[in-house]
Write a protein that binds this ligand. Structure first.
Ligand SMILES: C[S@@+](CC[C@H](N)C(=O)[O-])C[C@H]1O[C@@H](n2cnc3c(N)ncnc32)[C@H](O)[C@@H]1O
Length: 217
């Protein structure tokens, strides 16, 4: 069983039985992050085209903002939050270049209450799977503070169906359907959890993921 622990503002220690590794998001964003595909994830394009993403949107752990920028171009009011300053700088630069109006903020998603806003929809592309067991309930409480009643959280996370373990060579923590159901067992309604893919720079066919639609009761 691996343990994740936030050790500084944007650095994670991941320890497994046979290795310890540190994920320093700011350093990763100095170059091209493996998950940063310079366009929106197909799963979010499909959700938008299907009309599932409604109203104002918050992109939690938005990285350099491709999903947020796509939704802004489709007419949504969009906010993007990430605690990695290098990622937010890149996201803001892209918004300027593309003449899009997205509010990108360097903030911790475990304290969304501080935003002082309630939004209709929250999207998550690859954030939930970085949390430790201890951080998951903190995030769910934080999420509830920023999502309107009956608003929906769409979450794309790596699934246990993807072979391998944790760490730089293997990618992030695998999440099971049961873990998702457990995290959102109280005051939330799980509309669906579907098999999906997370695209990456290394693997255009993507890795095995869960796409969850979860509404606040
Ligand atoms: C795998 S990356 C995905 C980035 C982006 N959503 C994408 O699809 O390209 C996870 C992101 O979550 C951010 N992150 C992790 N924990 C966070 C926290 N507690 N608060 C804010 N951002 C966080 C990281 O900085 C990183 O940008």
């Amino acid at each position: 069983m691996a343990q994740f622990q936030t050790c500084t503002e944007h650095t994670f220690i991941v320890s497994t039985t046979d290795r310890v590794c540190i994920i320093d998001f700011n350093s990763i964003y100095q170059g091209d992050a493996p998950w940063d595909i310079s366009r929106p994830q197909k799963e979010f394009v499909r959700l938008e085209e299907a009309g599932e993403i409604v109203g104002s949107v918050l992109d939690v752990g938005c990285g350099t903002g491709e999903n947020a920028l796509f939704l802004s171009a489709r007419g949504h009011e969009v906010w993007g939050i990430d605690f990695t300053s290098n990622a937010i700088k890149k996201a803001r630069d892209k918004a300027t270049e593309r003449n899009l109006n997205v509010t990108f903020l360097t903030r911790n998603v475990l304290d969304l209450h501080a935003l002082g806003r309630v939004l209709d929809t929250v999207i998550d592309s690859g954030l939930f799977h970085v949390f430790s067991d201890e951080e998951r309930p903190l995030f769910v409480t934080s999420l509830a503070s920023v999502l309107r009643r009956h608003g929906t959280y769409f979450m794309l996370c790596l699934s246990e169906l993807e072979p391998g373990s944790y760490g730089p060579r293997y990618g992030p923590r695998r999440v099971t359907q049961a873990e998702i159901r457990n995290a959102f067992s109280s005051s939330w309604h799980i509309n669906y959890i579907r098999q999906a893919r997370i695209e990456s720079r290394r693997l255009t066919e993507g890795t095995q993921a869960w796409l969850s639609s979860i509404s606040k009761e």
